[in-house]
Design a protein. Structure first.
Length: 632
């Protein structure tokens, strides 16, 4: 009978051949995941016995009897994965292994389109065939629960398979892989190396709920010696089995979470906060999220990958699932485990399912609420976090045309001219005097430099608080925010500060109405360098400053023109003159008696205003020559 069955090699169906070829050559980009797939199938087989005992009173599930064993044999180039699961009958072997991804073959004929919610991976589905990526021959020896017969399934790939009776003492399944020889491109020996197999199991299958056993090489002192060692083999459980996220939160300590953070290599720092989520509703999932203390060295590089580890029922699916985190929370580390996600063929690529979107939305809200709680109740911690990642929140406000500004605006902080520390927008607005119309801000490289800006004089004299913007993203984010609690933002460099002038100031302005010609002449000297030359209402002690008219500020001009492919964007600049300063008397006299000197002073004042703003002087040589002329 055995001889007859060996002569009969059965063929895979046409679409199954095509799919098998895809599995071996295209679908899986990472060969090592074959072990994850086979271990997951073994775990499923043990699960089936467990579920059967729930409805069959004649069966008793003794957990100690159920395990998975991985056995490498380097000499014979054999890797064996055994389980004590439910096993398969001859008919089940034919159905499960004869038609690859039976339920999904039609979808593959339709250009491999897999509809949302359609899980192509089942017991010995596509995942099983990933074994052919590393093996020339795959043998399955299995004995089903309640059966006296055992069967062998064997295949070398797309040319077909055989099924024949065989001997097996116990219920369960052995999968025996004849590992390929090395090639110039691939090192297949690694799938026979003890340390490598342990690493792959820990990486992908650490939280499988049943023990994964291996004979592990260990060392001990030889009897009767003090420094001679000998190696011996000892069976060891390689996986942890019970993941931290499935434990009761009340059983876990801060140190447990910190150890998990360290073990998973999420960072070299200690996390500021952790968020442990357990949801048992329409979509069931567990998650542990961490808010780091320190920014990763590569956070603002192209190499940085955001995302959370994604598990399906304890099996690692993706190292970085970017769909679970919005960009503005890309600093969050951690993992998500769900039994309810629809997976496509390889378990490497996740479909954009309704369940995934639900989890992502919930995680986003949980992170936001945790940050708000930290801001409210642990201000010191929040300020540490904000120093590292506040910039990312501002990018979140600015990006996507401000779509996320309502979500993020209460998390923003800026340095305050009054408080001399970081404050929130809410704190600023709550302190505003009744007559104050705007939220005022000033932009500069550092707080010290902003303190010395001439433009802040009038606002500070009025007793109004000013927010200091020292990061290049700050003003762009605020422009996108536009208002906070119905209060508009106003730069201290804006041409209109919205501050009412007193009567004597209005009289002073009318007194100098007759000197428009001075400013018109100065405007003609400067040409298109400035939009206008005006009397300043903001300057008290300084003679001159620049203000801007329009949406593009002077600081924004500087930033935009440092970017690749910049289009030489210019802010509309206003040169403001303090008519109460002695310099103005000199300007009047020059207009009346020496217009060449007025031209000289105009250029000097303009270049001084550029220096105050940190803008480059177009012609430094001409500027130094002008300075020399007034010194002669």
């Amino acid at each position: 009978m055995k001889g007859e069955s060996k002569l009969e090699k059965k063929q895979f169906r046409a679409e199954s051949k095509r799919l098998l070829d895809l599995v071996i050559n295209s679908i899986y980009t990472n060969r090592e995941i074959f072990l994850r797939e086979l271990i997951s199938n073994a775990s499923d087989a043990i699960d089936k016995i467990y579920y059967k005992t729930l409805t069959d009173e004649n069966l008793v599930f003794n957990k100690d009897d159920y395990y998975i064993k991985v056995i490498p044999d380097k000499k014979e180039r054999i890797l064996k994965i055994s389980d004590t699961g439910i096993g398969m009958t001859k008919e089940e072997l034919e159905e499960n292994l004869g038609i690859i991804a039976k339920s999904g073959s039609f979808a593959f004929k339709k250009e491999h389109e897999i509809k949302e919610g359609f899980d192509i991976i089942g017991q010995f589905g596509v995942g099983f065939y990933s074994a052919f990526m590393v093996a020339d021959k795959v043998t399955v020896i299995t004995k089903a629960l309640g059966s006296d017969e055992a069967f062998k399934w064997e295949s070398t790939g797309v040319d077909g398979y055989i099924i024949e009776p065989c001997e097996k003492d116990s219920v369960g399944t052995d999968i025996i892989l004849k590992i390929k020889e090395n090639t110039e491109e691939e090192n297949f020996d690694e799938y026979l190396e003890e340390y490598r197999l342990k690493y792959i199991i820990k990486k992908y299958s650490d939280f499988i709920r049943y023990p994964i056993k291996m004979n592990v090489t260990k060392r001990k002192l030889k009897d009767g010696t003090e420094n001679e060692y000998e190696e011996y083999m000892e069976e060891e459980i390689v996986n942890s089995m019970v993941p931290i996220w499935r434990k009761n939160k009340n059983e876990l300590t801060k140190e447990d979470y910190e150890n998990f953070y360290s073990e998973k290599h999420y960072g070299f720092d200690k996390p500021l906060k952790h968020i442990h989520i357990s949801v048992d509703g329409t979509v069931r999932y567990n998650a542990i999220l961490f808010i780091p203390e320190k920014i990763p060295y590569d956070f603002y590089t192209k190499e940085y990958e955001k995302g959370l580890e994604l598990y399906s029922n304890g099996v690692l699916i993706m190292n970085k699932c970017s769909d679970l985190l919005p960009d503005y929370f890309s600093f969050v580390k951690g993992m998500v485990d769900s039994e309810d996600l629809s997976l496509n063929i390889s378990r490497e690529m996740l479909q954009h399912t309704r369940q995934l979107k639900f989890i992502a939305k919930n995680i986003k809200n949980k992170i936001k609420n945790e940050l708000k709680n930290m801001l409210k109740n642990e201000r010191d911690k929040y300020e540490i976090f904000y120093k590292s990642f506040g910039r990312q929140l501002k990018y979140g406000v600015y990006s996507d045309f401000g779509a996320n500004k309502e979500l993020l605006q209460d998390l923003l902080m800026f340095y305050s001219s009054k408080e001399k520390k970081m404050v929130t927008l809410e704190e600023y607005v709550d302190r505003m005097p009744e007559e104050q119309k705007y939220i005022y801000y000033a932009v500069g490289e550092t707080n010290d430099r902003i303190e010395k800006l001439p433009q802040i004089e009038l606002v500070k004299e009025k007793g109004y608080e000013i927010l200091y913007f020292t990061e290049d993203i700050d003003e762009f984010a605020i422009k996108m925010l536009m208002t906070y609690k119905d209060k508009e933002f106003k730069s201290v460099s804006s041409s209109d500060l919205g501050i009412e002038t007193c009567e004597n100031e209005k009289d002073s302005n009318s007194e100098y109405e007759g000197y428009k010609e001075v400013f018109e002449y100065m405007k003609n000297v400067l040409g298109d360098k400035v939009k206008d030359v005006r009397i300043s209402k903001r300057l008290k002690n300084h003679p001159v400053c620049l203000s801007n008219d329009g949406e593009i500020s002077i600081e924004m001009e500087k930033i935009l023109n440092t970017m690749p492919n910049s289009q030489n964007i210019k802010a509309d600049k206003i040169l403001e003159i303090n008519v109460n300063h002695d310099i103005f008397k000199t300007l009047k006299e020059c207009f009346e008696k020496d217009k060449e000197k007025l031209k000289l002073y105009t250029n000097i004042l303009y270049n001084q205003s550029l220096l105050i703003e940190g803008l480059p002087i177009n012609d430094p040589v001409a500027f130094t020559n002008d300075i020399c002329k007034i010194m002669i």
